[in-house]
Design a protein around this ligand. Structure first.
Ligand code: AMP
Ligand code: MG
Length: 702
């Protein structure tokens, strides 16, 4: 059978009149190419039918195979079709109903009148029962227990197999009978679309579009707890995922049923399998979160100097992820941040297998001393399992990675054996299960492989692949805009005017953002002009902006002025050397990190403040730098009050610091391999004293 490119799962409804316009009407789950999309809500049956007809036609025209699965019975117990239409033909019964059932845009319909007509075709009382009140429709009994003598079975064979409800019940949940009366006329019309067939009544193996019956009760155990969102919506999404995740040959076997009149529930009798697949559905991608609030960076009044740790704690507390999510192939997800946990769809290894090349047998037949076992013909290799059972007392040639054949639980290493091709000899004792790997010993199906917020690395891609995860929900990359300000700035090499400073921060900050896995957006350079700055910020396609320069609250400080006027600004005087002024602002929902202009200070502030803040906003959680304690290979006397970061690198005697502490020396940044962090208090450091070294590599730079 050809696989289905698109799976639609329809949660049908028999809702009447105004109730039909309420939330709990019709939901359609959609999976295209194995990936579940957001389910669609249909306000009325007519809207749903129009959408389905349109989608079937479009997909068929595009050469995409479609399965549309519906959650109501396609048939009735044996004999019903003949009693109504004179033929043993369920499809004729669909047409009979299509000719009689009326349904309008508000959901008003005549199903009780039609059910009355149907009951009159049968002797006794019933088979249909259940109605809104005890007086109307005298041919329909109010209670099921008063039915008698109508001659129809209570359930179809598949309803019994799946423990599904009776098709005769019209009122009081579950209203399966009403759903079918209101649904079958639609099927009668949909199956007339060119290329569309009804399973299992028509040949379906090669049809471009197949209408099937499913029952959400089969995945009840995979459903989130009651009260956790709209259940029908969950159900159709999980079912669409489960059907799409089913290997095509397994689906073909599930569809291979013999039920020419009553029809069948797809997957009846395979409840566990569908539940497992449904439970493996990735969590739905969250919508893009709302923007951060304007007072996000506000500081308590009266604060003069903010210690570094307080500033970090405040950022950590106020910021949160701002990016939405998307589904992508796991193989393409290196460096991306998981928006939802990744769950194993299959155990690894999926079955017990051999860890070595050797000979496999049942351990219980071996003992101490020399052993000699006759060999079966054939062998077990990776990807080419041994088909039969290895008889007790015999051995089989087995290669690394081969599934253990039935009858084998232990493998002896080839190097420890002798063989003449018909018998294998080795020395006992052999440990039970020696040289084998157990199913799921690495990962069990359903295990959480990686938590939301994990940034994927190459070994993570191997884990996802080994556990069968083909698609992951990841955060969209955080767009980090980088802007330089200042009249004095010029492009590197563009002028020899000594009054001009080459823009060193922008290439550095853009590269930092990129190394941290964000989408770096170059917003260029703006002169000290309020309107130019406003235009640049307004046009920025970014989730957060790093500016440098203009943060010192001087006359030319347009960044701070603009934020103060049109948004919110907190100018932080952080007890930090180098890099005192740090402006944190919000403008039109856009956070702006105003970094110092001085490149050394700009770099330190970017590493210490911007890196963890950007990581949090990107959905990856707060990022702590990697720190190690190493002996100092320098001498230093430090006054209390400010935390200090020295440009440093490891040498044979310990960590060395750059000769000059002058923060204008960009060469020291490039010379260094990391920073030495000196705590806020006073310090007197002598060579050999332990100090905290933060390597560049621990900030993601290597
Ligand atoms: P500011 O923070 O604007 O007061 O600038 C402090 C110092 O950093 C001044 O000497 C600026 O010229 C210099 N500066 C500002 N922006 C940059 C930049 N993008 N590249 C290099 N130096 C800069
Ligand atoms: Mg329903």
């Amino acid at each position: 059978m050809k696989p289905f490119d698109t799976i639609l799962v329809v949660d049908w409804s028999a809702a009447q009149g105004r109730a039909a316009a309420r939330a709990n009407t019709i939901w359609i789950g959609i999976a295209r190419d194995g990936v579940a999309e957001a389910p669609r809500h249909m306000p009325t049956r007519r809207a749903a039918e129009a959408w389905l007809a349109d989608t079937l036609r479009t997909e068929i025209a595009a050469g995409r195979r479609v399965m549309a699965a519906f959650d109501f019975p396609f048939g009735y117990p044996q004999g019903f079709a003949r009693a109504v239409t004179g033929q043993d033909d369920t499809l004729a019964l669909w047409d009979w109903l299509a000719d009689r059932i009326e349904d309008d845009d508000t959901g008003r319909n005549n199903r009780f009148a039609v059910a009355s007509d149907l009951n009159r075709l049968f002797p006794g009382t019933g088979p249909f029962w259940g109605k809104p009140n005890e007086t109307d429709w005298p041919d329909i009994p109010y209670r099921g227990s008063t039915r008698d003598g109508h001659g129809m079975a209570e359930k179809r064979a598949c309803d019994a197999a799946a423990a599904a409800s009776s098709v005769w019940q019209l009122a009081f949940p579950p209203t399966v009978g009403s759903q079918a009366l209101m649904g079958l006329p639609m099927l009668s019309r949909l199956r007339r679309i060119d290329g569309t067939v009804a399973w299992p009544f028509e040949p379906w193996q090669d049809a471009p579009a197949v209408l099937t019956e499913i029952w959400p009760g089969l995945i009840e155990n995979a459903m989130p707890p009651k009260g956790d969102g709209i259940r029908d919506r969950h159900q159709v999404r999980l079912l669409a995922h489960a059907l799409a995740a089913l290997p095509v040959d397994e689906l073909a076997r599930m569809m291979d049923v013999d039920a020419p009149e009553e029809g069948w529930i797809l997957g009846a009798g395979r409840r566990g399998r569908l539940t497992d697949l449904a439970a493996s559905a990735p969590a739905e991608a969250p919508l893009a979160p709302p923007p951060l609030s304007n007072d996000c960076f506000a500081l308590p009044p009266g604060i003069e100097w903010t210690p570094v740790d307080d500033a970090l704690a405040l950022l950590r507390d106020r910021l949160r992820p701002v990016t939405g999510a998307e589904q992508i192939a796991a193989a393409d997800a290196d460096g991306r941040i998981l928006a939802a946990p990744a769950t194993a769809t299959r155990a690894n290894p999926p079955g017990p297998n051999s860890a070595v090349d050797g000979y496999g047998f049942a351990h219980e037949v071996t003992g101490d001393g020399p052993q000699s076992l006759p060999l079966v013909t054939g062998r077990a290799a990776a990807g080419a399992p041994y088909a039969g059972t290895v008889p007790r007392g015999q051995a089989v040639r087995i290669l690394t990675g081969a599934l253990l054949p039935e009858g084998v639980d232990t493998v002896v290493l080839e190097e420890d054996t002798r063989t003449d091709g018909t018998t294998v000899a080795f020395n006992g004792p052999v440990k039970p299960r020696a040289n084998t790997r157990q199913a799921g010993e690495d990962v069990a199906a359903g295990d959480t492989l990686l938590a939301a917020g994990a940034r994927l690395r190459p070994p993570d891609l191997a884990l996802l692949a080994a556990a069968g995860v083909a698609q992951v929900s990841v955060r969209r990359p955080l767009r980090v805009g980088v802007l330089s300000t200042g009249d004095e700035l010029a492009a590197p090499g563009s002028t020899m005017d000594p009054a001009r400073t080459y823009d060193a921060n922008r290439p550095m900050l853009l590269a930092l953002a990129a190394r941290w896995g964000h989408a770096a957006v170059d917003l260029g350079h703006v002169e000290d002009d309020r309107n130019a700055l406003r235009d640049r910020l307004d046009g920025a396609e970014a989730d957060v902006i790093l500016t440098s320069g203009g943060a010192s609250a001087g006359d030319e400080d347009h960044v701070s002025a603009l934020l103060r006027e049109e948004g919110a600004l907190t100018s932080w005087r952080i007890a930090l050397k180098p890099g005192r002024p740090l402006a944190l602002g919000m403008r039109a929902g856009l956070p702006v990190f105003g970094l110092p202009g001085n490149p050394v200070a700009s770099f330190v502030c970017a590493l210490i403040f911007a890196r963890p803040a950007l990581s949090l906003m990107a959905g990856g959680g707060w990022a702590e730098p990697l720190a190690m304690t190493v002996p100092a290979a320098f001498e230093k006397r430090k006054k209390p009050g400010r935390r200090e970061y020295l440009r440093a690198r490891l040498g044979p005697e310990g960590v060395e610091t750059f000769a000059s502490e002058g923060s204008g020396r960009v060469s020291g940044l490039s010379w260094a391999d990391g920073l030495v962090e000196l705590s806020d208090g006073a310090a007197q450091i002598a060579p050999g004293d332990p100090v905290r070294f933060l390597p560049y590599a621990g900030f993601g730079l290597f």
